[in-house]
Design a protein around this ligand. Structure first.
Ligand code: GDP
Length: 525
C-alpha cells in the first residue's frame, strides 16, 4: 500500500486492554463489544467457551478448573470504521508479569469496576502499571442493575485510591431495581433502561433538561440524578482531553454489561476518544519509531505454546509498531541478526484464527514460531536496525527444585521446560555446580500451571520441591568466589549463565552484605 493508504489504515486502529479485578465483568463486557462488532451472534458464547463447551485448548482446562482467567488473549473486530484489537489480561495477580507485558502492547486501557465493590486490590495493582505507561484509561462502573454504592462515593474512592481525576461522562438514574436510565452528560441525552433501539435515547435541550414529558415514572430517582448531575457539572472535574490522553484523568461511564445497558454508548464514546497507535521509543536512544513509518517493525510481547491441541503450535504475539505486515516478508530478528521469512501468521477474530490479510501498525498478529522468538524481541524489515525497549521482567520471589518424576521422560521434560520457559511462564535457573533445575515465579499459581501443562501438553509428570521464598540478587561474575555460597544462600545461574544468590531472607542478605561489603548485589539483571 502507498504512504497515504498506510496512514489511513493506521489511523483506523484502536488497540486496548481491559483490566479488572476478577468478577467485575470484564468477560461480559468484552462479549458485548464482540457482539456489536458482529463477531459473535449473541453475547454469552465467550463464557461458554471458557466453561469448556467449546474448549479449544488445554490451558483453558486450568482456567475452567480454577474459575479464573489465566492467560491473556487477543480479539479483533471491525466496528464503525475502526479496526479494534482487544487484549485480555489475566485477572489473577500471580500472572501480573504477563499483564505487564500485555500492557506494553496497547495504546489505551479500559478499567471495569463492580459498582457494588468499588476499587478492589487487583484493580489497584493493574492500575498502577497502566499509570506508569502513561496511556489513557477509561473507566466502566459495572453492574448498575444491582444495588451498588453511591456513584459520588465511587468516583471519590477512585480519585483517592488511584490518585487520578475522575470525570463522569454519564450518571445513573436509580440503581438496582430502581434503575431507570442514564443521564448521558457527554451526549446530552437520556438513555432509558430496558428499551431497545434508538427510541431509548431522549434528547435534552441546551439547559440539559428534557424538552418533552418525562417518561421516567419515578420522579424521585430522576430528580435525585438531576441534582447530582448539577453538582458534578458545577463542582466536578472539567472534562480535559489532554489530561485523558496523558492518563491524568479518567472518563467514568456507568452501565450494566450483563443487561447490555450503556455498553454501546461507552464503546462509541471511548472509541472517539481513544488514541490511534502511538510511536514507540527505541532502546538506549532518543529516537522514536512512528507508526506510519513505512519500514515494518514490531516486538514480541507474548509467546504461547499449544493454544490449539489439534495443532501443536507455538505462537509469538507481536505488536506492529510501524509499517505494514505482508505475508512472506523477510524480517531481521534484532537479537540474533538472523533474517527470517514470515510466511505463517494469524490474526484473532474472537476465537477463530484467521489468516492475516492486511495488518499495520497498531495491530497484533500471531506468528507461528518454531523456537526463534523470545519475549521482548524486535523484528524489522529492511536495513535500518531497530530495537525497542526491554519489556519489564519481574524478579521471582518463589523458587522450586524441579525434576521429571520418571527418569525415562527426560526428553519430554526438557522440551516442555524449554518451551514453557521461553513463553515466560516461569523462570529457569540452575544450581551453580550441579546444574539441578530451579524454577522461579512471582506467584504460586505459575508453578501450578507449569506442572499442569507439563503433564497435559508434554505428557511429563514433574516433582517440585519448594525451597521457600527467597530474595534473588545478581552478582558480578568478576567478584564471585564460590566460597561465598553458604547454608544461608543458594548460588545459581540464570539462562544467560549469570550468577545470582538466592537468600533465605532479608537477614541472610544483610549478613552477606556485611561480610562482603565490596560485592555488589543487584535485584535486576
Ligand atoms: P470477569 O471475571 O471480570 O471476566 O467477570 P465476568 O464477566 O465473568 O462476570 C462475573 C460475574 O458477574 C458473572 O456471573 C456475570 O454474569 C456477572 N456480571 C457481569 N456483568 C454484570 C452486570 O452488569 N450485572 C450483573 N448483575 N452481573 C454481571
Amino acid at each position: 500500500m502507498d504512504q497515504k493508504q498506510l496512514e489511513q489504515e493506521v489511523n483506523k486502529r484502536r488497540t486496548f486492554a481491559i483490566i479488572s479485578h476478577p468478577d467485575a465483568g470484564k468477560t461480559t463486557i468484552t462479549e458485548q463489544m464482540l457482539y456489536f462488532g458482529g463477531v459473535i451472534r449473541s453475547a454469552g458464547t465467550v463464557k461458554a467457551k471458557k466453561s469448556g463447551q467449546f474448549a479449544t485448548s488445554d490451558w483453558m482446562e486450568i482456567e475452567k478448573k480454577r474459575g479464573i482467567s489465566v492467560t491473556s488473549s487477543v480479539m479483533q473486530f471491525h466496528y464503525r470504521g475502526k479496526d479494534i484489537n482487544i487484549l485480555d489480561t489475566p485477572g489473577h495477580e500471580d500472572f501480573s508479569e504477563d499483564t505487564y507485558r500485555t500492557l506494553m502492547a496497547v495504546d489505551a486501557a479500559v478499567m471495569v469496576i463492580d459498582s457494588a465493590k468499588g476499587i478492589e486490590p487487583q484493580t489497584k495493582k493493574l492500575f498502577k502499571v497502566v499509570k506508569k505507561r502513561g496511556i489513557p484509561i477509561f473507566t466502566f462502573m459495572n453492574k448498575l442493575d444491582r444495588d451498588g454504592r453511591d456513584p459520588l462515593d465511587l468516583i471519590a474512592e477512585l480519585e483517592e485510591l488511584l490518585n487520578i481525576e475522575g470525570c463522569a461522562m454519564n450518571w445513573p438514574i436509580g440503581m438496582g431495581k430502581e434503575l431507570k436510565g442514564l443521564y448521558d452528560i457527554s451526549n446530552n441525552r437520556l438513555e432509558l433502561y430496558r428499551k431497545d433501539g434508538d427510541d431509548r435515547f431522549l434528547p435534552l435541550n441546551d439547559e440539559g433538561q428534557l424538552a418533552e414529558h418525562n417518561p421516567i415514572e419515578d420522579e424521585g430517582v430522576y430528580d435525585q440524578a438531576l441534582g447530582e448531575v448539577d453538582l458534578i457539572k458545577e463542582a466536578g472535574n472539567k472534562f480535559d482531553l489532554d489530561k485523558i490522553k496523558a492518563g491524568n484523568q479518567t472518563p467514568v461511564f456507568f452501565g450494566s454489561a450483563l443487561t447490555n445497558f450503556g455498553v454501546e454508548t461507552f464503546l462509541n464514546t471511548f472509541l472517539d476518544m481513544a488514541p490511534a497507535p502511538a510511536e514507540h521509543k527505541e532502546k538506549d536512544s532518543d529516537e522514536v519509531v512512528k507508526p506510519d513509518d513505512p519500514q515494518f517493525s514490531a516486538f514480541v510481547f507474548k509467546i504461547q505454546a499449544n493454544m490449539n491441541p489439534n495443532h501443536r503450535d507455538r505462537i509469538a504475539f507481536v505488536r506492529i509498531c510501524s509499517g505494514e505486515f505482508v505475508r512472506g516478508m523477510d524480517v531481521t530478528l534484532q537479537r540474533t541478526g538472523k533474517v527470517m521469512r514470515l510466511n505463517n501468521a494469524t490474526e484473532f477474530m474472537s476465537d477463530q484464527r484467521e489468516t492475516v490479510k492486511t495488518a499495520v501498525a497498531g495491530d497484533i498478529v500471531g506468528l507461528y514460531d518454531t523456537g526463534n522468538f523470545q519475549i521482548g524481541d524486535t523484528i524489522y524489515e529492511g536495513k535500518k536496525s531497530v530495537q525497542f525497549e526491554d519489556l519489564p521482567q519481574f524478579t521471582p520471589e518463589m523458587f522450586m527444585e524441579v525434576q521429571a518424576k520418571n527418569v525415562m521422560k527426560q526428553k519430554s521434560f526438557h522440551k516442555g521446560m524449554q518451551q514453557l520457559v521461553q513463553e515466560g511462564a516461569v523462570q529457569l535457573y540452575k544450581k551453580y555446580t550441579t546444574n539441578d533445575y530451579i524454577l522461579g515465579a512471582v506467584g504460586q499459581l505459575q508453578f501450578e500451571v507449569f506442572q499442569f501443562r507439563m503433564k497435559n501438553e508434554y505428557n511429563c509428570d514433574v516433582v517440585m520441591k519448594p525451597i521457600g521464598s527467597r530474595i534473588a540478587r545478581w552478582v558480578d561474575p568478576e567478584q564471585l568466589d564460590q566460597s561465598m555460597s553458604s547454608t544461608r544462600n543458594m548460588l545459581v545461574k540464570d539462562l544467560d549463565d549469570k550468577p545470582l544468590f538466592l537468600f533465605e531472607n532479608r537477614f541472610a542478605e544483610n549478613w552477606f552484605a556485611n561480610k562482603y561489603p565490596d560485592v555488589k548485589l543487584t535485584s535486576k539483571l
